[in-house]
Design a protein around this ligand. Structure first.
Ligand SMILES: [Zn+2]
Ligand SMILES: [Zn+2]
Length: 241
């Protein structure tokens, strides 16, 4: 657990043979109106909520979970988390929200082979990732969360409903799995992915003034060099049809 700013906390994922996404807590703790961004892999909810409580944050202050997208390494422990904070709402981009509500798990697993492997490994069953979504995000909204403002940016390509959350005031970007540190980007070969859309999304993010980059995996960047996302986009562009 690391405090990134007054109103952003970072809980590092605990990767196994499948990665576990990071979780971020956004909102000023004194506001008692906090959001979690992403959950994590199956079984990786309890330690994250323990880490939040160890900061003195009451779980009743967590009002919602916002998903950057719904791959298994982000949504795997969502049920576990919502069981512990059942009052929390679930906010997901509309295109993936509809799949969750229908019980269509193709985006969750990304590919059929992975689905059978995970169901065997974790004892999960078809239908385990059906969720009711309380707010379907579209992109373009500004969310007021615990005294902070976050713009929702629809950045498809890694998945259809990938979103980024951007705090313009503090130049913080939470891009999910669209762009990472070290000039890395997310996969663009899973169900619903598109290299061309991924490229467009990277160039859209390159327009933002970003000082702090908080991706879904690997290290976070607290001093992003100017032009970092543009350089990353340009390096990858030839591979993104
Ligand atoms: Zn992903
Ligand atoms: Zn991920």
């Amino acid at each position: 657990m690391k405090q990134v700013t007054d109103a952003v906390f970072f809980i590092q994922g605990q990767d196994e043979f499948i990665p576990d996404s990071h979780m971020y807590v956004i909102g000023n703790p004194s506001s008692k109106d906090l959001s979690l961004v992403d959950a994590g892999l199956i079984g990786k909810g309890q330690y994250k909520l323990n880490a939040i409580q160890s900061l003195g944050i009451d779980l009743s202050d967590i009002k919602r979970v916002i998903m950057t997208h719904t791959h298994l390494d982000h949504i795997g422990c969502l049920r576990e988390i919502l069981d512990m904070i059942p009052h929390a709402a679930l906010w997901v981009h509309g295109s993936e929200a509809e799949d969750l509500e229908k019980g269509d798990e193709r985006t969750v697993y990304g590919m059929d082979m992975f689905q059978s492997m995970c169901q065997a490994q974790y004892g999960i069953k078809p239908g385990d990732f059906a969720f009711q979504v309380d707010r379907k995000l579209q992109g373009g909204e500004t969310l007021e969360i615990g005294g902070t403002r976050w713009e929702v940016i629809h950045i498809p390509g890694h998945s259809r409903g990938s979103i980024g959350l951007y705090c313009r005031e503090n130049r913080i970007l939470i891009p999910g799995d669209v762009v990472y540190a070290d000039y890395a980007i997310g996969r663009f070969d899973l169900h619903g992915a598109s290299g061309a859309q991924h490229k467009a999304s990277l160039f859209a993010l390159a327009e933002l003034d970003v000082e702090i980059l908080l991706p879904g995996h690997n290290r976070i960047m607290e001093k992003v060099p100017p032009g970092y996302i543009r350089e990353t986009a340009e390096q990858w562009a030839p591979y993104l049809a």
